[in-house]
Design a protein around this ligand. Sequence first.
Ligand code: 4AD
Ligand code: MG
Length: 456
Amino acid sequence: MSKKLTVRDLYELYAECPDELTKEECIVDGWIRTNRDNGKIGFIELHDGTVFKGVQIVYTEGTGYERLKTAAAIEVTGELRLTPEAKQPFEIHASKIDLIGDVDEDYPLQKKRASFEFLRDLAYLRPRANTFQALYRVRSVLAMNIHRYFQDRGFVYVHTPEITANDAEGAGQVFSVVTDAKDPYKDFFGRKASLTVSGQLHVEAFALAFKDVYTFGPTFRAEKSNTPRHASEFWMIEPEIAFAHLSDDMDLIEDFLKYLIKETIARCPDEMAFFDKFIQPGLVAKLKHVEETPFQKMTYTEAISYLEKAVKEGHKFEYSDIKWGMDLQSEHERYLTEKIVGGPLFLIDYPKEIKAFYMKENDDGKTVAACDLLVPGEGEIVGGSEREVRPEILRAKMEKLGNFEGLEWYYNLRRFGGCPHAGFGLGFDRFLMYITGITNIRDTEPYPRTANALKY
Ligand code: 4AD
Ligand code: MG
């Protein structure tokens, strides 16, 4: 009796024992990528999504199989043959092909090379295209590697809430949660509720109970920045470590990212080879270099002098009015990481006015113990800091910002067995862009959400 196998099974069987594959009868379900014939025999490239590669189906003409269309769902019964001379290691000689699902004439993905913009508008079909097959498998593997990293090191995974009453970053870019929009203050929760911009405040409480913790989930920001790196809904990984300072935090970031790079290259060789060939030539070599090189560190103050010097020497920035205290734009971040260091760069000790209230104030009274990790091609992918744990300083900052009321519990963490602690947030989608070479966040997310775009 013939066995039902996936394309993944076939490659695994081949890897285990190539000789036994020959003349094996099997049944494979999948979708037609291409169907061509030379007048005598026909070839279907069949994909079932279980691996990046497909399998070639060979049939004799006159069977009507030459009329099967691209994207049709079929079931193939046939015999496996090794093909040592061909590009692919084996093929299936079909004795029977059953049409399971036909394709209407208006199927929009007829063309082989559709642009990313065109495919973005077809979010429900693009997972079938090569780039997106590679991207969404890497996305899945990356998510599991993140859990593996932390679980292997004893970190506790905390499910922080999606609905919150606080704006953790204090930037006011929240989506309100309402059932009756007339008065959000008298709504379901009896107080103003919003979708979380960060799980950090909630996860800090767990760090003060479990020492090493992380949260990993969707976060929401109502920024109307129409850039290739901002989404209204994105995933973030936020570890928090107790009895730790900024330098421990940066050590963790570096070790974590290097692990993710290494594991992704090892676990997704076909996908990474595809990105290397078609999306960003040299990508894998670049990542391997990053994995082997210590990340550089620079203070914000030093960064400002580099930028001032660049302007003096005639470098054109869109915002060229460089002065200490300014918020860096991504063009500035990219200049520093691309032109000054040529690799990942930790920028530390930012002015306190441009960073969040919870960051530890440095002894200079002007800066905070923050670290952003900047990478070539993108700018910031990680934002982290040591937290302010001195109750009186934190309280004064919160009262000034007006978020003390309602967040007393967060302040209390400093009074009830507080200790130095630090953490960071890695933008999952931005990191996926970095390791695949994909340049728009709208492509890394299965169904991206940005301002004025909610088709699916
Ligand atoms: O720098 P951010 O705002 O830091 C925090 O939220 C802290 N609570 C993290 C922490 O210390 N626990 O955001 C962290 C990262 C950014 O570096 C960026 O990679 C990503 O989240 N990010 C976005 N990604 C996509 N679209 C957006 N609109 C993003 N905003 C931030
Ligand atoms: Mg940030």
